[in-house]
Design a protein around this ligand. Structure first.
Ligand code: FES
Ligand code: FES
Length: 154
């Protein structure tokens, strides 16, 4: 058994140490908001936060999450994710939606460590793929959320 903290809940799962975190989240904990797409760490659809850092959970062994805080799209949104979700709606970011939970978690990780990102930083750090081409809207939404969060701090 492996003990984890997922969305501020202590859980125990019957999993091999090398099982990808995504498998644990989706198949053992029924948290299906994190999506499976490429399965090789290339697209970011499976992105979750581990101690605030975006990780691609399809290639992240569950044992590496022990003793850390795992946050998924199903977790109670903190102020960063709340601002991002509002900005996502205002900028009408989602199209088919498949990549969007991963995009939001990657964006949350970005703003956690780069609260005032310039466009170039967003381009370099947001490496998630979107078949619907939402990249300009993602960038605009991150900038909108960053402005809102800066306003909160002022
Ligand atoms: S499904 Fe994990 S990076 Fe694509
Ligand atoms: S919104 Fe369709 S893949 Fe990104």
């Amino acid at each position: 058994m492996i003990a984890l903290n997922v969305n501020d809940q202590a859980v125990r799962v019957d999993a091999e140490a090398q099982m990808p975190l995504l498998w644990v989240l989706r198949d053992l904990l029924a948290l299906t908001g994190s999506k499976y797409a490429c399965g090789i760490g290339a697209c970011g659809a499976c992105t979750v936060l581990v101690d605030g850092h975006p990780v691609r959970s399809c290639v992240f062994p569950v044992s590496h999450a022990v003793g850390k805080r795992v946050r998924t799209i199903e977790g109670t949104p903190d102020r960063v994710l709340t601002a991002l979700r509002s900005a996502w709606i205002a900028e009408q970011v989602p199209q088919c939606g498949y990549c969007q939970s991963g995009m939001l978690m990657a964006a949350a990780g970005l703003l956690e460590f780069h609260p005032e990102p310039i466009d170039r930083e967003i381009e370099l750090l947001m490496t998630n793929l979107c078949r619907c081409g939402t990249y300009p809207r993602v960038r605009a939404a991150i900038q909108r959320a960053a402005r809102e969060l800066q306003g909160d701090r002022a």
